[in-house]
Design a protein around this ligand. Structure first.
Ligand SMILES: *[C@@H]1O[C@H](CO)[C@@H](O)[C@H](O)[C@H]1NC(C)=O
Ligand SMILES: *[C@@H]1O[C@H](CO)[C@@H](O)[C@H](O)[C@H]1NC(C)=O
Length: 211
């Protein structure tokens, strides 16, 4: 092999790997902000008296600092959000759910059948947006209160670490502003996995809402 042949081959290999690099980074494009960090936190709602309210970037209303933290964790969602929540009435959370939906996040929502259309329920609005919603008609309560962020998509970018939020908190204004509640936030894989499996199980058992 002479020098010019070797040079030609080197150029071809160079171009090919540059093209490969270009296309493989292109594939990762949907990712807006890398989210590589492990997350472990507890959000405490412990208002014995009137909580101090702050301006939140996620809401037009003034909210308490714990609520602002909860919303900022929710806003980290990049691909998928699976919600399993006894009751959703809080309009700030509902508003952010709509925003995530319009940003292209794949959202699935499981709610309690009796609570779904109670006064002030955000369920109707969520359903109107075209977000998939399921419930089970039962005398038992669907009393879970958790959500799973970014566990439900075919991961090619390992930049996004899934996490869950779970605790005593209903996503209701009463729960968010009046009660003593806790929300555990964790990306611990064994915890995320177990809640994800539970969600998938309920998702197949529960039915789409028919009126
Ligand atoms: C919410 O998430 C979006 C999309 O990643 C981001 O552009 C925006 O800055 C976030 N909002 C706040 C207040 O962090
Ligand atoms: C949330 O859930 C409880 C049941 O755990 C329900 O009875 C209540 O109406 C809701 N409470 C608040 C404060 O949001």
């Amino acid at each position: 092999m002479n020098f010019s042949n070797t040079l030609a081959i080197a150029i071809i290999i160079g171009l090919a790997s540059a093209a490969y690099g270009y296309f493989s980074t292109k594939k990762k494009k949907p990712l807006r902000t890398p989210r590589k960090m492990e997350i472990h936190d507890v959000i405490m709602f412990s208002q014995a008296k009137e909580p101090e309210l702050i301006r939140s970037q996620f809401s037009r209303n003034l909210v308490n600092p714990s609520m602002d933290r909860l919303l900022s964790y929710l806003n980290l969602t990049r691909h998928s959000l699976d919600i399993c929540m006894y009751m959703i009435t809080n309009c700030d959370i509902a508003h952010l759910i709509h925003k995530l939906h319009s940003r292209g996040v794949k959202i699935r929502c499981i709610v309690d059948a009796d609570m779904a259309y109670c006064t002030g329920s955000a369920t109707k609005g969520i359903e109107k947006q075209g977000i998939e919603l399921r419930w089970m008609k039962s005398t038992n309560l669907m009393h879970h209160k958790f959500c799973i962020i970014d566990a439900n998509y075919d991961s090619i970018d390992s930049d996004v670490i899934p996490f869950v939020m779970t605790g005593s908190l209903n996503w209701t204004t009463q729960g968010l502003n009046g009660n003593w509640e806790d929300v555990l936030v964790t990306s611990k894989p064994i915890i995320v996995h177990q809640l994800h499996m539970e969600f998938e199980k309920l998702w197949t058992q529960f039915k789409a809402i028919d009126k």
